[in-house]
Design a protein around this ligand. Structure first.
Ligand code: MN
Length: 258
């Protein structure tokens, strides 16, 4: 089984190597990841410039490591189009420092890499730990390896995209595993002006998040100290039969007739 490991925190972070090390027990691992932090770039692809790819000194013997001057999705495209030694059977992205809950799956580079795999019907697992500092990677790495084994052994089949979040506690303190849906909520993003003599610059900081703690959601699972597994798919279409849309059609048709 050919496994591509990527992330959005960059090839230099510990999370990706903890993940790659655990996955070596499951299949043939190739690490292809951004050469710097790319958190928040979502599914973005570098269409407007060439992307540098450089082989790096690997932290794991026998595992090839490629640094990509681009996005996590770029890394997946490069891996699938030639930098993996064979057809890619599974993409695993992480281990991200910081949970990827609710609407954040559309912003996350960790999950974005998995969506790129998903667009090509390649199974993918995004793995995140719910802390921004001092993440405990071991439970997340073990969880990813277990899930990868289920793909390898045919227990999990088809192009699934699993978004996995873990509370930042040791394995012994994890209270359960839940299949979840995305929580409803939002982030309070803030602007911070950067003093400069000529132009105005701003840091767009991801502020505090606030989630509705409905039972069965990913945010709820974090609070319960559960491992959260949210199956995702790419169809973002909302209800098309809603009455207000009929009104839109009536008015637009009338309007366009003049
Ligand atoms: Mn990140």
């Amino acid at each position: 089984m050919n496994i591509v490991v990527t992330n959005d925190d960059g090839l230099h972070t510990s999370g990706i190597w903890a993940l790659a090390r655990a996955l070596c027990a499951v299949g043939h691992v190739t690490v292809v990841a951004p050469d710097r932090e790319q958190s928040g770039v979502g599914m973005g692809i570098s269409f407007t410039r060439p992307v540098k790819v450089e082989e790096m000194v690997s932290r794991i013997e026998g595992v090839k490591a490629l640094a990509v001057e681009g996005t996590p999705a770029d890394a997946v495209i490069l891996a699938v189009q030639g930098f993996s030694p064979g057809p890619v059977d599974l993409v695993v992205s992480g281990i991200n420092e910081g949970a990827n809950l609710g609407q954040n799956v559309l912003v996350s580079g960790t999950v974005g890499a998995c969506f790129q795999a998903h667009f090509w019907n390649i199974p993918a697992i995004a793995v995140s730990v719910a802390t921004l500092k001092g993440a405990q990677f071991d439970p997340a790495a073990q969880t990813a390896a277990h899930l990868a084994t289920l793909f390898r052994d045919g227990v999990l089949t088809g192009p699934l995209l699993l978004n996995v979040n873990l509370p930042n506690v040791p394995l012994a303190e994890i209270k359960g595993v839940s299949i979840t849906r995305l929580a409803k909520g939002k982030y309070f993003d803030t602007l911070e002006k950067v003093p400069s003599h000529k132009h105005d610059y701003y840091w767009l900081a991801r502020g505090k998040s606030e989630w509705a703690m409905d039972e069965g959601t990913d945010a709820w699972a974090m609070k319960q100290k559960h491992i959260s597994i949210t199956p995702l798919h790419m169809d973002l279409t909302a209800e098309t039969n809603a009455p207000h849309l009929d009104e839109v059609l009536t008015r637009l048709r009338a309007g366009l007739r003049g």
